[in-house]
Design a protein around this ligand. Structure first.
Ligand code: ATP
Ligand code: MG
Length: 582
C-alpha cells in the first residue's frame, strides 16, 4: 500500500447508469457459471466464439446495430453492423475452407487494425481454425519464431507488412498460403500469394459453423515477453463465457455503450477485450487504426462519444506527461468509466484520471494465461489507489506462502495464485507442455506474480516473482518504489531493479525518465533522493537513481526490468523479440 492515497468512495445512486454489479459480496456468494452460460445461446450444443459474438446478434434484435465503428489512420469512418459482420465472416470461412484450411489449423494474423482483420478472425473461428495473432510491428525473426513454433499453415497480412513475411518464408515449411489484404492499399498481389478480395468477394454469404465444443481450440496468444521468451498460451472456445461475464460485470456493458479498447489484437487484451467481451455482449466498439497520440485519443473519445474506455498504464503515463489542459479542452463528458490493465497502475495515475476526466481510473489484473479478468476495481466499488481490486465473483484468486497454504493475515506478501478450473484458463503452452504443467502445483495455478491481500479482500500487486528485491532482509516491491518516484513533478516514468550487493544482498536502483521541461541536474537528483527517502524511508528508498532517456519496454508497453538489470550488470539481454524500438 502506498501511503497518502485515500480510498475513493462511490455513490452508486449518482452513477449515470446502474451498474450490472452492485453487490460484489452477494454476487460472490451466489455466482454460478451456468447462469452466465444461460444468457448465451448454444444451438445443438455448439460452443463457438464467433457464434456468440456475431451470429447470435445478427440472427436477432441487434442485426442492424453497429458492431464496429472503424476509424482509419487518416480519420475516415466505416461502420459495420452485426449482420454485416456475419456475412463478411461467413464469406471468409467459405473462402478459407475452399483454400484448404480446416479445424485445428493455425492461422496467423499480421495486420494493422483494419475491418478485414476482424472479419477474418471471426471467419477462422467459424471454421474451427486456431487464430494466432501477431503484433504488426514485429520484425521478421519474431514472426518466424512464433509461426515455426506453432507450425502455422496460413499467414494473413497486408502489402505493407508482407516484406517481413517474405524475408523468412523459405524457413517456414508449414506455411502453405499467404493471404494478402491488398485492396485497401490498392496494391496488386504476387502470383504466389492469395489476394484476400479475390477469394472472399465471390464466396457465398451462407456458412454453417463448424460444430466446435467447449474444449476445442480457438485462439493462441504469445505472452508479452516481459520476463523472457514469449510462450504460446492456447485457449479454447469455452473461454467465451468468461469474456461475456467479465464484459458484463467488470466492463459494465449496457446496450447503449460505445466502447473503446485501445489494445492491439496482437496482444491478448486486444482480442479478449477488443473482440470477445464487447461483441459477445452486443455493444458497439470503436476500432482505431491509428497509433497512440494524446490529441488523437481525446479527439477519438469526443468524436464517437465513447462511454467506456479500456486502456493501459503506459498510455496513461504518456497522457499524464501531455498534461491536463489537453483533456480539459475536449468534450469528454460522454465517458462514464475508465479502466486499465497490463502493468500495475500507479496510484498517481488513478488520481490523475479524476483531474483529467472527473473519473478515477479502475485498475484490473489478469494475464495471457488467465484469458480474462481475474480481479478488478468495479465501477460500483470504492477504489483503493494502487490496488488491483477484488476477485471476479466466479473465480478464486488469493495469495499463498511457500508451502502452498493460503495467507490469511492481511498484507503479507505471497505468490498470487488462481484456483484452476475457471472457464478461460489456458489449456497449454503450445509445444511446451512441461512448462505448462510446472505452473500448476498444490492445487493452484501459479501466476508468477507476487501480491498481498488486505483485510477486505483487495489485492495489491507487489511485483513479478523475479523482480521483487531483497535488500538487507527487506522485500521491496519495485512497483511501490516506482509509484513514489513518479509522484515527483520531474519524473515521467520509473523502472526499479535489485542490484547485487555483497553486504545487503541487493540494493535498490531506480532508472527514471523526465517530463518535458526538466533537465538532468545534480540538484534534481538530490531532490529526487530526498523525495524518495521521505516517502519510503531509508531502507526502501533507492540507493542509486539514474536519469535515462527512455525505459526499455515491450511493444505492449510494459517496462522490461530484466533488460534494465542485464544492461546494468553487463549481462546478455536474453530474448528481445518484443522490445519496443524507437
Ligand atoms: P511474459 O509472460 O512473456 O513475461 P507478460 O507476463 O508481461 O510477459 P502478459 O500476459 O501480457 O505477459 O501480462 C500479464 C502480466 O502483466 C501479469 O502477470 C502481471 O505481471 C502484469 N499485469 C497485468 N495487469 C496488471 C495489473 N493491473 N497490475 C499489476 N500487474 C499487471
Ligand atoms: Mg507472464
Amino acid at each position: 500500500m502506498i501511503e497518502g492515497y485515500p480510498e475513493i468512495g462511490k455513490d452508486v445512486s449518482a452513477l449515470r447508469v446502474t451498474p450490472n454489479l452492485v453487490d460484489w459480496a452477494g454476487q460472490r456468494q451466489t455466482w454460478s457459471w451456468d447462469d452466465a452460460w444461460a444468457e448465451l445461446d448454444m444451438p445443438g450444443g455448439l460452443i463457438n466464439k464467433a457464434y456468440e459474438c456475431v451470429d447470435r446478434h445478427a440472427n436477432g434484435a441487434r442485426a442492424n446495430k453497429d458492431a464496429i465503428i472503424w476509424q482509419s489512420a487518416d480519420g475516415n469512418i466505416e461502420r459495420y453492423t452485426y449482420a454485416q459482420l456475419k456475412t463478411q465472416s461467413n464469406k471468409v470461412a467459405n473462402a478459407f475452407r475452399a483454400m484448404g484450411v480446416k479445424k485445428g489449423d493455425r492461422v496467423f494474423f499480421l495486420s494493422d487494425r483494419i475491418p478485414e482483420l476482424y472479419f477474418a478472425i471471426f471467419g477462422c473461428l467459424k471454421l474451427g481454425a486456431i487464430v494466432a495473432p501477431l503484433f504488426s510491428a514485429f520484425g521478421p525473426e519474431p514472426i518466424r519464431e512464433r509461426v515455426a513454433r506453432a507450425e502455422g499453415s496460413v499467414i494473413v497480412t497486408t502489402p505493407k507488412l508482407l516484406s517481413k513475411v517474405n524475408e523468412i518464408r523459405a524457413q517456414l515449411p508449414s506455411v502453405q498460403r499467404v493471404v494478402v489484404i491488398a485492396h485497401r492499399e490498392g496494391k496488386d498481389v504476387a502470383s504466389e500469394d492469395v489476394a484476400y478480395s479475390s477469394i472472399v468477394d465471390p464466396a457465398s454469404e451462407a456458412f454453417e459453423i463448424e460444430q466446435t465444443r467447449a474444449e476445442d481450440w480457438s485462439i493462441m496468444h504469445f505472452t508479452s515477453g516481459t520476463t523472457g521468451l514469449p510462450k504460446g498460451a492456447a485457449h479454447v472456445h469455452n473461454a467465451i463465457v468468461s469474456h461475456y461475464a467479465t464484459g458484463k460485470y467488470v466492463l459494465d456493458f449496457h446496450e447503449d455503450d460505445i466502447y473503446w479498447c485501445t489494445a492491439d489484437p496482437g496482444w491478448v487484451t486486444g482480442t479478449s477485450y477488443g473482440i470477445f467481451a464487447p461483441f459477445s455482449n452486443g455493444v458497439t466498439s470503436v476500432i482505431d487504426e491509428g497509433g497512440f497520440g494524446a490529441r488523437r485519443w481525446y479527439e477519438t473519445i469526443q468524436r464517437h462519444k465513447v462511454t467506456i474506455w479500456y486502456t493501459a498504464p503506459t498510455a496513461i503515463r504518456l497522457l499524464m506527461k501531455a498534461g491536463v489542459e489537453l483533456p480539459r479542452s475536449h468534450d469528454l463528458t460522454s465517458l462514464r468509466y475508465v479502466m486499465s490493465v497490463g502493468e500495475p497502475l500507479n496510484p498517481e495515475g488513478v488520481v490523475w484520471g479524476q483531474e483529467a476526466f472527473d473519473l478515477p481510473i479502475h485498475d484490473n489484473w489478469w494475464q495471457t494465461e488467465t484469458g480474462a479478468i481475474m480481479c478488478a476495481n468495479y465501477i460500483s466499488m470504492p477504489i483503493r489507489p494502487g490496488s488491483m481490486g477484488r476477485p471476479f465473483p466466479g473465480v478464486t484468486v488469493t495469495v499463498i506462502n511457500e508451502d502452498g497454504t493460503e495467507i490469511t493475515e492481511p498484507m503479507v506478501e505471497g505468490q498470487l495464485v488462481v484456483k484452476p478450473g475457471w472457464p478461460s484458463m489456458f489449456r497449454t503452452y503450445w509445444n511446451d507442455q512441461e512448462r505448462y504443467d510446472s505452473r500448476f502445483k498444490n492445487g493452484w495455478y501459479y501466476t508468477g506474480d507476487k501480491a498481498k491481500k488486505d483485510e477486505d479482500g483487495y489485492i495489491w500487486f507487489v511485483g513479478r516473482d523475479d523482480d521483487v528485491i531483497n535488500t538487507a532482509g527487506h522485500l521491496v516491491s519495485p512497483f511501490e518504489v516506482e509509484s513514489v518516484l513518479i509522484e515527483h513533478e520531474a519524473v515521467a516514468e520509473a523502472g526499479v531493479i535489485g542490484k547485487p550487493d555483497e553486504v545487503a544482498m541487493e540494493v535498490v536502483k531506480a532508472f527514471v525518465t523526465l517530463n518535458d521541461g526538466f533537465e538532468r541536474t545534480d540538484a534534481l537528483l538530490r531532490d529526487l533522493n530526498r523525495h524518495a527517502r521521505a516517502r519510503l524511508g531509508p531502507a526502501v528508498a533507492p540507493r542509486e537513481i539514474e536519469i535515462i532517456d527512455i525505459l526499455p519496454k515491450t511493444r505492449s508497453g510494459k517496462i522490461m526490468r530484466r533488460l534494465l538489470k542485464a544492461r546494468e550488470l553487463g549481462l546478455p539481454e536474453g530474448d528481445t523479440s518484443t522490445l519496443e524500438e524507437d
